[in-house]
Design a protein around this ligand. Structure first.
Ligand code: ARG
Length: 469
C-alpha cells in the first residue's frame, strides 16, 4: 500500500506508477537519504519529539538498511516511487510501527533537497580532485617542454612563435578557473534545507542546528519556501561543468589537429587510440572526439534544467524531480572525461621536430622582423610594410626570412644588418617575449610556479571540503 493511500479510493494506475516514480534514478541517493534520516531521527529524539529509545531503534534500523543496500541485498520497488519512500517502507517492515515515526516534522520536499545537496557536495569534491590531477599533467608537460618551439595560431594560421609549455599553461589557467568556480559553487550551496518541511517549515520544536551539525553543512537555509524549491546550485554546478567541458573540448580539438597527418605534431599512445573496421592504416583520436561530443551533452543537461525551472511558481513542483537525471549525467560525464583525458594526454608523444619545422615555415618571426627595424628607428607602420614586402618576395621565391641573403634584406631597407639573423632566430623570438604572460622559458617557469602554488592551496581547500561532506 502507498504511504499516502489514506486519501484515495482507488489504486494508482500502473502507467502512472511508472511515470511518477523516480527510484530508477534516485536510488543512487540512498546513502545521503539514510544519513539525512539518521540525523533527523536523532534530532527528533534529542528534542523529545519522539522517544529517545524510538530514535535509537530507527537509527539502528537505518544503519542495517544502509549495510544491506551496500551489500547488494535490497531491491527497490517502483510501487514506493522514490528512494525516500522505499527506505521508509523498508524501515517499517523491519522495525515495525516505530518506523512510522521517522517522517515526523519532515516532508519529502526538504528530504530530497537535503539529499541532493549532500550528493552534489560530495561529487564536487570528486570532480575538483580529478581536475587537479589533470592540471598536474598539464604542468608536467609544460615543465618538459619549456624550449619546445611551436607556432602559435590565430584564425588557425601560423602567427607567432610560442612553446608547448606556454600552450600547456594556457590550459592550466583555464583549469584553475574551472576549479575555483567549483569551489565557489560548493561554498555557496553549503546550506542545509532540512527543516523547511513541505514548504512552510513545521510547528514541532525541531532543532535545525543539530541536523546541520550532524550533516556537516556550513549554514542552514534561511527561508523554508526557498529551501525546498531552490535548484540554483544544480544550475550553477552544471554551468561550471559546461564551461569546464568547453575547455576540454578545445584541448580535444587541438589534440585531434596535432595528431592529424597534416600536422603531425603529436601522436597518441596506442592504448588511447582506436582503429577503423575497414581502413587498416587508421589510428583515430576517438577519445578526443567523444569528449568534444559529450560537451554538447553536458550543455544539454544545463539547458534542460534551466528550461524545467523557468517560471515554476513556489514552492515544490513535481517538475523538479526532473533535476536529477541531468545533474547525475553531467557529473558522470565530466568525471569520465577527466579520468580518460589525463592519462591519454600524459602518454601522448610530441613530434618536436615537426613543430619546429612548422614554426620555421610560417613566417611566424615576421613580427620580430618588423620589431627589429622598429628598434633601429623605423616607425612600426613602415617596418610592418617593409616586412610584408619581404614576406611576399619570400613566398614567390620559395624562401623564408632566415634564408634571405643580407643583400636581399638590404635591397628592401638599408637598416638591415647582419644582426637580423639573430633577431629572426626562433629561439631569440621566444626568449625575447619575457613580459608577464609571455612564452619565454624564464617567464613560463614563473607561470608554472604560480599554478603550482594554486594547486597546493586548492588541494588544501579540497581536504577541508571533503571533511564537510
Ligand atoms: N522524488 C521526488 C523528487 O525527486 C521527491 C519529492 C517528492 N515530493 C512530492 N511532494 N511529491 O523531487
Amino acid at each position: 500500500m502507498k504511504l499516502w493511500a489514506g486519501r484515495f479510493q482507488k489504486e494508482t494506475d500502473l502507467v502512472v506508477n511508472d511515470f511518477n516514480s523516480s527510484i530508477q534514478f534516485d536510488a543512487r541517493l540512498y546513502e545521503e537519504d539514510i544519513t539525512g534520516s539518521i540525523a533527523h531521527a536523532t534530532m527528533l529524539g534529542e528534542q523529545g519529539i519522539i522517544e529517545k529509545s524510538e530514535a535509537d531503534k530507527i537509527v539502528e534500523g537505518l544503519k542495517g538498511i544502509l549495510k544491506d543496500i551496500q551489500d547488494g541485498n535490497v531491491e527497490f520497488s517502483m510501487e514506493y516511487e522514490d528512494i525516500h519512500m522505499n527506505v521508509e517502507v523498508l524501515l517499517t517492515q523491519r522495525i515495525g510501527d516505530t518506523g512510522k515515526r521517522l517522517h515526523t516534522a519532515r516532508s519529502r520536499n526538504d528530504q530530497v533537497a537535503v539529499d541532493m545537496r549532500m550528493y552534489v557536495k560530495k561529487e564536487i569534491c570528486e570532480i575538483v580532485d580529478l581536475a587537479l590531477k589533470f592540471q598536474s599533467v598539464l604542468v608536467e608537460k609544460a615543465k618538459a617542454n619549456l624550449d619546445t618551439v611551436m607556432p602559435g595560431y590565430t584564425h588557425l594560421q601560423r602567427a607567432q612563435p610560442t612553446t608547448f609549455a606556454h600552450y600547456m599553461m594556457a590550459y592550466a589557467n583555464m583549469l584553475k578557473r574551472d576549479i575555483t568556480r567549483l569551489q565557489d559553487c560548493y561554498e555557496r550551496m553549503d546550506e542545509m534545507p532540512l527543516g523547511s518541511g513541505a514548504l512552510a517549515s513545521t510547528t514541532y520544536p525541531i532543532n535545525r542546528e543539530i541536523t546541520r551539525e550532524m550533516l556537516n553543512f556550513a549554514r542552514m537555509t534561511d527561508n523554508s519556501l526557498d529551501g525546498v524549491s531552490d535548484r540554483d546550485y544544480c544550475l550553477e554546478l552544471m554551468s561550471d561543468l559546461s564551461i569546464m567541458m568547453m575547455h576540454l573540448s578545445r584541448l580535444s580539438e587541438e589534440v585531434i589537429s596535432w595528431c592529424s597527418w597534416e600536422w603531425r605534431f603529436a601522436e597518441l599512445d596506442d592504448a588511447y587510440s582506436t582503429g577503423s573496421s575497414i581502413m587498416p592504416q587508421k589510428k583515430n583520436p576517438d577519445v578526443c572526439e567523444l569528449i568534444r561530443g559529450k560537451t554538447g551533452r553536458v550543455y544539454g543537461d544545463l539547458m534542460g534544467l534551466l528550461t524545467t525551472m523557468k517560471a515554476l511558481p513556489l514552492a515544490y513542483n513535481k517538475d523538479m524531480q526532473e533535476d536529477k537525471e541531468g545533474v547525475f549525467d553531467a557529473i558522470d560525464t565530466v568525471k569520465q572525461c577527466l579520468e580518460v583525458f589525463a592519462p591519454m594526454f600524459a602518454t601522448m608523444t610530441l613530434r618536436k621536430k615537426n613543430m619546429r619545422k612548422a614554426a620555421s615555415e610560417g613566417f611566424i618571426n615576421a613580427t620580430d622582423c618588423a620589431d627589429y627595424l622598429t628598434k633601429k628607428g623605423v616607425p612600426f607602420r613602415d617596418a610592418y610594410m617593409i616586412t610584408g614586402r619581404l614576406v611576399n618576395n619570400c613566398i614567390r621565391a620559395g624562401e623564408t626570412l632566415e634564408t634571405l641573403t643580407l643583400r636581399d634584406f638590404a635591397a628592401i631597407s638599408k637598416e638591415f644588418g647582419a644582426d637580423v639573423y639573430d633577431a629572426l632566430d626562433l629561439k631569440t623570438c621566444v626568449e625575447g617575449r619575457k613580459v608577464v604572460g609571455g612564452p619565454a622559458p624564464s617567464e613560463v617557469t614563473r607561470q608554472i610556479g604560480k599554478i603550482e602554488d594554486f594547486m597546493t592551496e586548492a588541494q588544501e581547500l579540497l581536504e577541508q571540503m571533503r571533511e564537510h561532506t
